[in-house]
Ligand binder design. Structure first.
Ligand code: PMP
Length: 379
């Protein structure tokens, strides 16, 4: 998809890119200034493997003030992005043959990381009718004596679904019956939430002791390129991930850590401004997508993705090609409509496709107009 998209762009075609997973905003100015200052202050040497103490302390404060969770600094490990935080944790926890429960649709990297650790991904299919959220019953029936880890993502990439506190409590009730299961709770989209309240599994009774919260600055502060993420975890897991990180990357970038410190300690107005923009765009894209015949659309409560079901177009043709699956469908939208999206196969949900609405209102309107037109040509 991205190769085709690049080819079309090189030919001068105006492609609207809805395939990327990052905010379209620039990093706020005060964060950039802090990074410039950090260079002048010579934050240019190796940092401690788990991150600078002042940043880890700021993260402890954030977790206390925003999430009501108490952690010691030793339980916070800062990494090169939330992606490394997830990978560190899987590598530290999962051994050969361990089962890793991954609700589908899932973020593309989870199964691959489980496989890298020689673990066995176990998928639980959460359909659009259940707002793409796994039920406690589904979780219960997926757990076996070999289950080591569950990976939960809320708000979710690719669906935008958000687990409420009650829904998390339902899952926690199941997990309390299976003490060997750890949980990665990927909360990287925490601040892009339209429900007014973010809930963490770690807040449920008995869960903090075996939940690894993953979060970072990439999405909330438009800092994807700075590469700063973290875990808040039980001490023994924090120590293990730090050991791993010490061998393969060392501590994360010194300048980026000082930028992240500014992000966490300055007033949070920029986060709310961006959240409001995402919510406005979400309302726009949902209303436009609902007008496209054959689409089934959920109403996402967070992140910046829409994940419509498009399988009613499978088997149809524009006279040139037949749409067999969601990858074909996404390729068709690119070639015939010049809109780049991602087929749901990549996320373990082949009936759907993902659009990122981290782009301007004008782009969203034009993209959905093109998609509608392209769909009308399929018979
Ligand atoms: N988790 C999810 C669900 C994501 O969508 C992403 C980014 N696409 C990440 C983790 C990784 O974030 P980071 O940029 O901090 O590595």
């Amino acid at each position: 998809m991205s190769q085709k998209s690049a080819e079309l762009k090189a030919q001068g075609v105006d492609v609207i890119n809805m395939s990327v997973g990052e905010p379209d905003f620039d990093t706020p100015q005060h964060i950039k200034e802090a990074a410039k200052q950090a260079i002048d202050d010579n934050y240019t040497r190796y940092s401690p493997v788990p991150g600078y103490p002042q940043l880890r302390k700021a993260i402890v404060e954030k977790l206390k003030n925003e999430n009501g969770l108490d952690y010691d600094m030793a339980q916070i490990i800062v990494s090169n992005g939330a992606k490394q935080s997830v990978c560190n944790t899987i590598m530290a926890l999962v051994s050969s043959g361990d089962e890793v429960i991954i609700p589908a649709p899932y973020w593309v990297s989870y199964p691959q990381m489980a496989l890298m650790a020689d673990g066995k991904p176990v998928f639980v299919e959460a359909k659009i009718e259940q707002d793409f959220k796994m039920t406690p019953e589904q979780l219960e029936s997926a757990i076996t004596p070999r289950t080591k880890l569950l990976i939960l993502c809320t708000p979710s990439n690719p669906t935008g679904s958000v687990y409420s506190a009650d829904e998390l409590e339902g899952l926690a009730a199941v997990l309390r019956r299976h003490e060997q299961v750890y949980v990665i709770c990927d909360e990287i989209y925490e601040h892009i939430n339209y429900t007014g309240a973010h809930a963490s599994l770690a807040s449920c009774e008995g869960m903090k002791e075996r939940t690894i919260i993953v979060n970072g600055v990439s999405k909330a502060y438009a800092m994807t390129g700075w590469r700063i993420g973290y875990i808040a975890a039980p001490l023994e897991i924090a120590k293990a991930t730090s050991k791993l990180q010490g061998q393969y990357t060392s501590g994360p970038c010194s300048v980026s850590q000082m930028a992240a410190l500014a992000a966490y300690t300055a007033p949070q107005d920029c986060v709310e401004e961006m959240r409001q923009a995402f919510e406005r765009r979400k309302n726009l894209i949902v209303s436009l997508a609902k007008e496209i015949p054959g689409f089934e659309v959920n109403d996402p409560e967070g992140a910046f993705y829409l994940f419509p079901k498009c399988s009613s177009y499978f088997g149809k043709t524009d006279g040139e090609r037949v749409i067999r699956n969601s990858t074909d469908f996404a390729m068709y939208l690119l070639e015939a409509g010049h809109v780049a999206t991602v087929g749901g196969d990549a996320f373990g949900s082949p009936e759907c496709f993902r659009m990122s609405y981290a782009t301007s209102d004008d782009n969203i309107r034009e993209a959905l107009r093109r998609i509608k037109e392209a769909c009308e040509r399929l018979k």
